[in-house]
Write a protein that binds this ligand. Structure first.
Ligand SMILES: [Zn+2]
Length: 637
């Protein structure tokens, strides 16, 4: 979801601290509601929705048929999340009326089955109901007259599905498939999930039948009914059928929107390439215009309040991140929104004509560091504003992905993300943050506990104070770090610094920063005239300083003298260390992006290393001695 109206620096964090008793009771109910204990004893297989909608009236009536299997022996009471503002007229099973009860305080509908079911057995019930739904969240069931045309739409995320249909509104049981059948006066069209399989005239009405055969979360089921003009764009797929992008737009806006929706073709091609083909390619993708000031990623049919490049990119990105893989708890909403926000920026990285990737990164870093605290992890899921905090769940979530990409390198990062999307335990289901972490760790071999402790659960960001002094070709660098929030005392990150000579030679050196006040010794092949922290904007940080300070000297850090030669080197590099003291010293060779090429251990005064097969370029040799970290830039020919 994206609120287009939210200004980039809008503060949307509010922590619920009411002492009012009624508010606390509601708070407790919502907390309990997250786990919906009464609905956990069955598995939803299928819904058939038969709704009657007139978009001039904020009202719904219809029949919802649910197929389900029992998750426990003797299962006999079927609960749905359901708002008591709606009234049920009957519940039937194979023609027989069943007893039911609406539990107003719990917002549940309890249906009594005639016989106890055995574990794993399948059955169904049909619920006939009607009423005027409450409007919660972002307007779960809304009516308006944009441009003078009556329109009715739904937007259930996060807790609003039960406002307008009897559902199982949790984040652990996807509905395996749905049919959505909407009857409406013939002047209107109904947009929904999946494929439109029929459109029938019946008297003064039309009946639209949409069929969706992919698993779907309750909050992603949606309808929008109004006068619509219809046209399609098509996205070419190598070795496959083109993917249809079906556009349902207000007739009065059709001309200008046609001049915007073509952008989706190139955007989808970028995502197909990076994350695997659009997950619902057997059906369609679509845009349905609605009267809300933002966008919502309803599965296979995003509802759009505008058609900017970024909004189109954001909602399409959700089809992979949010719809194919859905956060399994609202604590982990960044798995939906952080990804969708990061993928917005990545369209700039891959389609430079669309916008500036660098400006996108500057904007996100400024947004995140606009306040000293706040975690990506949602600490209060009863507060819809906190769940959808644009600074934390969107911008900081996006930058967490960017920093993970920096830490892992592109190859491992993107492979890990594809592995995550295709994991059978996750794909077309739900995921928690630890499952993403596991895929990133399995692919890279890194331990990311510290990263997630600092950046996901922890709050704030680092500020770096870098001092450097050069004597001859030897450079001494001291890196200090302060943090903006006491929940994290140190962010362990690879720190890139670009050194530039007076004649324009330059080298980006990545420092493995492990504690504040850490000294590094570095040999540069030129005299540095200036230095720049994080020139490519990989790290969320603020108020950084880089100072040329002759007092930070090689003498201060140098406790040993080593020589790497020849430099430049061809296939063999030699380390000469006359003062080697005998205790093994760990080392590694990293490339210009800070990625480890190989690790080694020094056990004698002279060692040789093979560089055979490594691409030509600049590398940094690192030695982790008990007295400090020694770095040397070498050139491989
Ligand atoms: Zn979103």
């Amino acid at each position: 979801m994206l609120l287009a109206a939210v200004a980039v620096n809008a503060q949307t964090e509010h922590i619920c601290k009411s002492t009012d008793e009624a508010a606390q009771a509601a708070h407790t109910r919502l907390l309990e509601f997250r786990s919906s204990p009464q609905t956990q004893n069955y598995d939803v297989k299928y819904h058939r929705f038969e709704w009657v909608i007139n978009p001039t009236v904020r009202y719904i009536s219809g029949v919802v048929t649910t197929y389900f299997t029992a998750r426990e022996e003797g299962f006999q009471t079927l609960h749905f999340d359901f708002d008591p503002a709606l009234s049920v007229t009957e519940v039937r099973q194979r023609g027989t009326a069943l007893n039911f009860q609406v539990l107003a305080a719990e917002k549940l509908l309890a249906v009594q089955l005639p016989n106890p079911m055995s574990l794993g057995s399948l059955d169904s019930v049909s619920i006939t109901y009607a009423g005027q739904p409450p409007a919660t969240g972002f307007g779960s069931f809304a009516q308006a007259n944009p441009g003078g045309n009556p329109a009715l739409w739904t937007l259930s995320e996060p807790y609003g599905a039960r406002d307008w249909w009897p559902c199982k509104q949790d984040l652990n049981d996807k509905i395996d498939s749905i049919d959505v059948i909407v009857r409406t006066p013939a002047a209107y069209r109904a947009a929904s999930n999946g494929l439109l399989v029929s459109e029938l005239q019946d008297g003064a009405d039309k009946i639209y039948h949409w069929r969706h055969r992919y698993p779907i979360a309750a909050y992603l089921v949606a309808i929008s009914v109004t006068r619509y003009a219809v046209y399609s764009d098509f996205v070419p797929v190598p070795d496959g059928e083109p993917i249809e992008v079906l556009n349902y737009v207000f007739p009065q806006d059709s001309a200008w929107i046609r001049n915007e929706t073509w952008r989706i073709v190139e955007i989808m091609q970028v995502f197909n390439e990076l994350f695997g083909t659009y997950p619902f390619a057997d059906e369609k993708y679509g845009h349905a215009q609605f009267g809300w000031g933002g966008g919502m990623e309803h599965q296979t049919m995003s509802f759009m309040g505008g058609f900017s490049h970024l909004l189109q990119a954001h909602e399409l990105a959700h089809q992979w991140f949010g719809d194919k893989v859905t956060c399994a708890s609202w604590e982990d909403i960044w798995l939906n929104e952080g990804f969708a926000t990061y993928l917005e920026g990545m369209t700039y990285e891959h389609i430079p004509a669309a916008g500036s990737w660098r400006n996108y990164l500057v904007g996100k870093i400024n947004h995140v560091t606009g306040s000293a605290g706040g975690s990506v992890w949602v600490d209060d899921t009863t507060n819809v504003n906190r769940i959808f905090s644009s600074r934390l769940s969107y911008s900081k979530g996006a930058m967490l992905l960017h920093m993970l990409r920096w830490t892992l390198g592109d190859e491992d990062f993107f492979q890990a993300i594809r592995n995550y999307l295709n994991d059978p335990a996750i794909a077309f289901g739900y995921a928690r943050t630890h499952q993403l972490q596991a895929h990133l760790e399995n692919q890279s071999g890194l331990d990311l506990d510290e990263f997630f402790a600092d950046w996901f659960y922890g709050q704030g960001y680092p500020s770096y104070q870098i001092e450097w002094g050069q004597s001859g070709s030897r450079l001494a660098v001291k890196i200090d770090q302060t943090t903006s929030h006491p929940s994290v005392d140190f962010f362990e990150m690879p720190v890139p610094v670009r050194f530039v000579s007076a004649t324009g030679e330059d080298s980006i050196v990545v420092f493995p920063h492990q504690f504040s006040g850490q000294y590094f010794e570095l040999e540069l092949p030129f005299a540095a005239a200036s230095a720049e922290f994080d020139p490519q904007l990989w790290i969320v940080s603020k108020n950084n300083t880089v100072t040329n300070n002759p007092a930070v000297s090689v003498d201060e850090v140098e406790t040993f003298r080593v020589r790497w030669f020849p430099n430049p080197a061809a296939d063999v590099l030699t380390l000469d260390w006359p003062g080697f003291e005998g205790a093994p010293v760990r080392g590694e060779c990293v490339d210009a992006a800070g990625r480890k090429v190989f690790a080694f251990e020094v056990t004698s005064a002279q060692s040789t290393f093979s560089l055979r097969g490594m691409p030509a370029g600049t590398y940094t040799m690192r030695l982790f001695t008990p007295k400090g970290t020694q770095l040397q830039v070498i050139v491989k020919q």
